[in-house]
Structure formats: C-alpha cells, structure tokens
Design a protein around this ligand. Structure first.
Ligand SMILES: Cc1cc2nc3c(=O)[nH]c(=O)nc-3n(C[C@H](O)[C@H](O)[C@H](O)COP(=O)(O)O)c2cc1C
Length: 318
C-alpha cells in the first residue's frame, strides 16, 4: 500500500509519521530509529547545553541513518537563549527544523533562504494561521490529549485537526492521543497529511534515556492515569499522575506563581523521574494515549504493527 501524502513528500520520508520533540529523551538513538523505520525522527536541541553538543548529536544521527531527520526547538523555556543553537543546526544543514513553545518568527526568519523544511507545533487554530503567515511549510497541531505542553483551550485532537485543516493551506500533521494504526487512519480521515506521536515513542526499545520505571508507568496507566499541571501558570502540560503531581495541583490552588512551583516543575524533578525512575519523587510527561500502551516494542516493530492495522482498516473500507 502506498503511503505518500503531502507530508511524506515534503519531508522525503516513506510514512507520514513524525516523532515529536521529547525533552531530555529524544537523542540520536531514537531519532535515527524512527528515521530508519521510514518516519521522521527528531532530536531535541534544548535538552543539550551547547551548539557543539548539538552538532555532535546531529553527526551521531547522521552516522546512524542516511534518512531525513529533524531538530526540535522548544523555545519558551524561561527566556533561555536559543539563537546560537538554531545557528548550529543551520550550519549543519539539517533536513528539518521544528519549533514550538513561543513566537516562531525569529526561527522561521533565520531559516529563510535555506533548504531546511520548517515545521511549527501549535495547539490552537489561530496559532496555526500565524505559523502559515510566517512561512511554515507544515503545521503540527496537538490536541489536549497530548503529553507535555498542550493548548490552553482544552480542544481535543478530533475537533482541532479538521478546524486547522480548514483554516490553513499548508499540510497539517495531527498530534495528541495517537499511538496506533487506528489513530493514524483517523487523523488522515480528519484531513491531516500525517501524524506526530510523542508518548508512544517513549515506550520503545530505542528510547534509551527513559528509565524502565517510566516505561512501566506508561504501560500501567489507564485513561485516568494522566493529569494537567501548570494551568495556574497559563502553561498547561500533561503528566503521569502521582503523588508529586497531586502536590503540584494542591499548591496551584493557591496560585503560587512560577517561583512557588519552581522546585516541583523543574527539569531536575523531571529528570529524577525519567532518568532515575524515582516515580514518586518527580514527574514524567505523558499523554492520555498511555492508557493504550501495553508493551515496549522496537520502533520498527511499532511501525510494522501500526501500518498493518492501518492497512487492515483501509482494506475494510474498500
Ligand atoms: C516527555 C515529553 C516531552 C516533550 N517535549 C517536547 C519538546 O521538547 N518539544 C516539543 O516540540 N514537544 C514536546 N513534547 C510534545 C510532543 O512532541 C508531542 O507533540 C506530544 O507528545 C503529542 O502527544 P502524544 O503524547 O499524545 O503523542 C513532549 C511530549 C512528551 C510526552
């Protein structure tokens, strides 16, 4: 079965499946595995400290795959400068750059005149329209089911995707709550030209940085197993429910502001959970699709399974 869509053509990939940026988790091993399986793997630039480290990681991906891959920039991290990191990716002439978490204009402007494909991850229709005006080649749109930072308006993927498809003329990549062939086909039916997945890729063999306990927690989570923290900061984000997130929600009732929450929502608290497996002493981002994750396959096994499910659906329709 042919899987060519506007997104696969744009990105030069076999299947229209993008691995989302995953803070502190998406390094060369995962990115190369996804690209080798026929999707678009990405490394997360802002999990690295210096442009040299980013260039090293880019070269590591290149040593593991000759397929296209992306570098993701979550630029809204409390004013942390990112321009020098974008320059490093441009100097390495990476195939794709994706940006999220703030005004994408400076990054998109920096990429003008290069061959680098520009993706913007948004969580609302108006942001998608803005991304198109600013020169994005495609827009990824994440519904409120998604893991990590989500939109402020609580719109689910099933409503948001067709809304954005109708609002912009660039290709749309649906994200949030997708983890199998059914999700892939549903997204294409909604008018998307591809999908992005985050949570599902954490529970794969090649996500080497995710501790066993994190993967176990994803498998054990049911549909009530995640919660949204940081609403009081106007930056809602979905994480696995545990005592730590309960404490955050309790604190948020008092509107403590960023300083009052800092210790609880810090990168350190995140890393204790995801790297050290301290599952009550920190937090791990995850989407509602965790409830559908039952195993830890290799990325290529995951792709084969998803594509088979999707093809079975397509043959049922014909
Ligand atoms: C652990 C985790 C970390 C994330 N970090 C980033 C990031 O650094 N940059 C980014 O663009 N998106 C990030 N996201 C969002 C994902 O790229 C993707 O949009 C989201 O996971 C899609 O929803 P899903 O989890 O239901 O697949 C993160 C998501 C998770 C679960």
């Amino acid at each position: 079965m042919k899987w060519e869509t506007e997104v696969s053509r744009l990105l030069g990939i076999t299947y229209p499946i993008v691995q989302g940026g995953l803070a502190h988790l998406a390094y060369a091993d995962l990115a190369a595995a996804v690209s080798n399986a026929g999707g678009l793997g990405q490394i997360t630039a802002m999990s690295l400290e210096t442009p040299e480290q980013l260039k090293e990681e880019i070269n590591k991906v290149r040593s593991m795959t000759d397929k296209p891959f992306g570098v993701n920039f979550a630029i809204g991290q409390h004013g942390r400068p990112y321009e020098h990191m974008v320059t490093a990716a441009v100097e390495e002439n990476v195939p794709v750059i994706s940006v999220t978490g703030g005004n994408p204009k400076p990054v998109l402007d920096r990429l003008k005149g290069t061959n680098i494909k520009k993706l913007v991850l948004v969580a609302a229709r108006r942001q998608a329209e803005k991304a198109e005006q600013l020169g994005a080649d495609a827009v990824m749109v994440v519904g409120q089911e998604g893991g990590g930072h989500i939109g402020r308006d609580d719109i689910g993927t099933f409503v948001l995707t067709p809304q954005v498809v109708d609002a912009v003329s660039i290709p749309v990549i649906a994200s949030g709550g997708i983890g199998d062939g059914r999700g892939l086909m549903a997204a294409l039916s909604l008018g998307a030209e591809g999908i992005e997945m985050g949570t599902r890729f954490i529970a794969t063999k090649e996500c080497l940085h995710a501790h066993e306990n994190y993967k176990k927690a994803l498998i054990e989570a049911d549909e009530l197993g995640t919660t949204v923290i940081k609403r009081s900061l106007n930056a809602p984000a979905r994480a696995l429910k545990n005592k730590w997130t309960e404490k955050i929600l309790l604190l948020e009732k008092e509107n403590p502001g960023y300083e009052g929450l800092r210790e609880y929502i810090s990168g350190e608290a995140n890393k204790r959970y995801i790297y050290e497996g301290k599952y009550e002493d920190g937090f791990g981002w995850a989407g509602q699709i965790a409830s559908r994750i039952k195993d830890v396959p290799s990325v290529s096994e995951l792709f084969s399974r998803m594509l088979k499910e999707a093809e079975d659906i397509r043959s049922k329709w014909c």
